[in-house]
Design a protein around this ligand. Sequence first.
Ligand code: GDP
Length: 197
Amino acid sequence: MKTVRAEFVKSAVRPEHYPEMAMPEVAFVGRSNVGKSSLINTLVGRKDLAKTSNTPGRTQLINFFSVNGKISFVDLPGYGFAKVAKSLRKDWGEMIEAYLQGRQYLAMVIFVLDIRRDPNDDDLSLRDWLQNFRIPYLFVLTKADKLSRNQANVRRRVIEKYLGLPAGVKPILFSAKTQEGKSDIWQVLESHLQAQM
Ligand code: GDP
């Protein structure tokens, strides 16, 4: 999709504050610093729509964006800050679970992982949630430019094993630096969302 217009709509914590936009929604999840904001910015062709590098421990919000007035992108707060207090972790979990379970417009989750890191327990629990709630998801492996082509393919296979992906389900390699993977991700999104747009 050629992005003509992408705009911030609203931040929210609780479902009663989510915006009422009757558009299919794509939510982005991933550990902090994984490259989630850079991915969103690259997909919509804007430098700073999603803010990069949030401060650890700050109150975290769910951010809603409108893309071409047709799709809604949702930036879910990153997880896995070592320093974050247990109480904040609990808040994070409740906020994400309420969104994933209750959001009627949610059409797909883009699950963002750093290609250089093995998925950890937080990543695996989130994958289990998505499976339990039967939410379609796509894995995107970011920062592919930091590895050679060979290394990147090796890492992709290692991560596939960790995630226990069924044969034929391939994570997409992505780089915000080279834009590798951008059109592949749009292709998956468009074919998945077509029926709902
Ligand atoms: P977020 O916390 O998941 O939103 O991550 P950000 O998008 O803020 O990125 C975290 C850091 O990784 C920043 O310094 C980015 O410039 C860098 N980064 C993100 N994506 C890429 C990428 O594809 N390639 C490279 N080389 N660096 C990236």
